[in-house]
Design a binder for this molecule. Structure first.
Ligand code: SAM
Length: 267
């Protein structure tokens, strides 16, 4: 199994006056490893301080050096090398990771590179992978945009999953939504032709926006002949966020768009 980071644990400056950029857990993920807050860019997430349980903390210390990837923007990787050559799907915003672990268990022939900024979720997913003996999950810490833009080789992804991205319902926050034309252009460049981008949301206006921008994007084509939403694929388990949406009576939409090969020399 690949070791993803070369981190020197217990650096002398750790302790009560630890630098903010250093790991909170020995050998574990660091806060905003790429320093992306220095960029003048609207981000799709809000940094939040959430409590890390003892079990999650233990998993971060023990398993991060084996299965963790820091999004530091410093090197380009072929993600297949993290999984001994398996095809790789990127899951952006896995939350607490329950659905990720279930999909990895059901499809051991695919590597899942799961990215989120949320430390408790990272610990939780590492614990689930360990408990279930999964060898096809890696956990990336940081902003998915930096991962895509700076670190993943062109055409290296066999799929991208974005399940229940933050809906940012207020109009003034719409610019924070992940699924925008610029994001699609970036994701498409990292996907091989034929790879599928799978989005799901329970927020109807966002679902409509996704359908509009995806349908208009030259790098993607709808897998649905009628040009509409897709039936929920059997491989996508119920996610935590989805469950909350369903309890509120929301309608869930899936969108499955294929990366097309451009003949105009673009993309
Ligand atoms: C609403 S939650 C959904 C979580 C999970 N997919 C589910 O359905 O339960 C969205 C998640 O996306 C993460 N996220 C948002 N923007 C991100 C980005 N640019 N890079 C990495 N994670 C991001 C958030 O931290 C959050 O955990």
């Amino acid at each position: 199994m690949s070791t993803l980071r070369d981190h020197t644990p217990n650096s002398p400056s750790q302790g009560p006056f630890r630098d903010r950029s250093e790991p909170r857990f020995p050998g574990g993920p660091v806060a905003d490893p790429a320093g992306s807050h220095h960029e003048r860019r609207i981000r799709s997430f809000q940094p939040r301080r959430s409590r890390v349980t003892t079990g999650q903390e233990e998993a971060l210390k023990r398993l991060w050096p084996l299965w963790g990837l820091e999004i530091d923007g410093q090197r380009v990787i072929d993600p297949r090398e993290l999984f001994d050559g398996l095809p790789v799907v990127l899951e952006i915003g896995f939350g607490m990771g329950e659905a990720t672990a279930r999909m990895a268990a059901a499809d051991p022939g695919t590597g899942i590179l799961a990215v989120d900024v949320h430390t408790p979720g990272q610990g939780n997913l590492l614990n689930l992978a360990d408990r279930d003996g999964l060898t096809n999950v890696r956990v990336a810490n940081g902003d998915a945009i930096i991962l895509l833009r700076e670190m993943l080789a062109p055409g290296s992804l066999d799929g991208v999953r974005v399940y229940f991205p933050d809906p940012w319902p207020k109009k003034r926050h719409h610019k924070r939504r992940l699924i925008q034309p610029e994001f699609l252009t970036l994701a498409a460049r990292r996907m091989r032709p034929g790879a599928v981008l799978h989005c799901a949301t329970d927020w109807e206006p966002y679902a409509e926006q996704m359908l509009e921008v995806l349908s208009a994007h030259p790098d993607f084509e709808n897998t649905q002949e009628d040009g509409g939403f897709a039936p929920r694929p059997a491989f996508r388990p119920l996610t935590r966020f989805e469950g909350q949406g369903l309890q509120k009576g929301h309608v869930v939409r899936d969108l499955l768009f294929r990366r097309v090969e451009r003949t105009d020399g673009e993309g």
